[in-house]
Design a protein. Structure first.
Length: 346
């Protein structure tokens, strides 16, 4: 209300004479502190109360005690919580002619300085606390992110190692399967080679046997070379040094073709193969495809006296001359002739 300082003297005198600043102060303080539900009704009642106090007087002054106090319209329940400075503040606000302010005291300045510094300290402290919380939050977030990144890196590294190991295992399995295939192939080749070599040996042996019986049929063999298949020689072995009966027992397990082979090993084997007991059984079935009439006739002429059992089973190449040799009754041994199928007797 600085404009009252420059108002007309009559207006200023009117305001001071009727104590309007004090009235306004009392009404405003009561209104602000009590906070009634109906402010206008509150103001009306308080103005009527002022009029009753003054009676018929039209002016109000601060002459009597407790006449126009600043807290006159504040109830007792609110007065104990008020400070006396409130009135001085409002008085200064409504005072049309304020007195010049006195300079503040040193104690007041010190209190104001302490209050201001404490306020700044509190602001700085709370700002620092907020900053520290933010820093801790950022550190915690960074730590969590670092842990996630480390876990992700470990998983990626482990996955890479596992994929590399899986590829290596797959490669090793492929190499092992390839090695197995190669070994099986080599084994098959070796087996085929062995079978082929055995077959070649069997073919050569069969060829020699056929040639031998062919010569035998033609009568090209004499008594000294009638069972020669591989040439002559005087080789010595353990069988030749065995007792005679033991050697005979060994040769009894051999057939006609084997006895013919053994007769060409050495002279002692030839003597053993000509023993009569070895020719008690004459089985031509193993050489049924090669034997012919000349061979049968020759063998029967040589060993007929010793033959007890004669087998011509499946010898379809034989004809009448062979059976004529069999039927020769020059010697009285009993022969057992087995059934012969497909023999041409013409």
């Amino acid at each position: 209300m600085d404009f009252l300082q420059y108002a007309e003297p009559g207006l200023r005198d009117y305001i001071l004479r009727n104590s309007l600043p004090e009235v306004y102060e009392a009404l405003l303080i009561g209104l602000l502190i009590v906070c009634p539900k109906d402010p206008l009704l509150f103001l009306e009642e308080k103005i009527k109360e002022l009029l009753r106090r003054k009676g018929s007087k039209t002016t109000l002054r601060l002459k009597g005690p407790n006449l126009l106090n600043w807290d006159m319209f504040v109830t007792d329940e609110f007065k104990r919580d008020l400070k006396h400075l409130v009135g001085s503040y409002l008085k200064q606000l409504f005072d049309p002619d304020p007195e010049p302010e006195e300079p503040p005291l040193i104690d007041d300045l010190e209190k104001a300085y302490l209050f201001y510094t404490n306020l700044l300290k509190r602001k700085c402290f709370w700002a620092w606390m907020k900053y520290r919380k933010e820093v801790q939050r950022i550190k915690a977030a960074n730590k969590r992110n670092e842990a996630k990144a480390l876990k992700h890196y470990s998983q990626r590294k482990l996955k890479l190692a596992f994929d590399t190991w899986a590829e290596w295992v797959k490669f090793r399995k492929w190499r092992a399967a390839l090695a197995v295939k190669k070994i099986e192939h080599v084994s098959d080749q070796i087996l085929l080679k062995n079978i082929f070599e055995a077959w070649v040996g069997a073919v050569k042996e069969a060829k020699r046997t056929r040639e031998y019986f062919a010569r035998l049929e033609r009568g090209d063999l004499d008594d000294d070379s009638d069972t020669q298949l591989f040439g002559q020689g005087e080789a010595k072995d353990d069988v030749s040094s065995l007792p005679w009966q033991a050697a005979i027992k060994i040769f009894m397990f051999l057939g006609i073709i084997d006895l013919a082979h053994c007769s060409q090993v050495c002279q002692s084997w030839k003597v053993i193969t000509q023993t009569s007991v070895l020719w008690n059984k004459m089985d031509f079935y193993p050489i049924k495809d090669w034997i012919k009439d000349n061979g049968v006739t020759y063998l029967l002429r040589q060993y007929r006296p010793y033959a007890i059992h004669l087998s011509l089973r499946s010898c379809t190449n034989l004809s009448w001359p062979s059976f004529k040799s069999v039927s020769d009754d020059t010697y009285n041994e009993e022969l057992l002739k087995e059934r012969v199928e497909g023999v041409n007797l013409a």
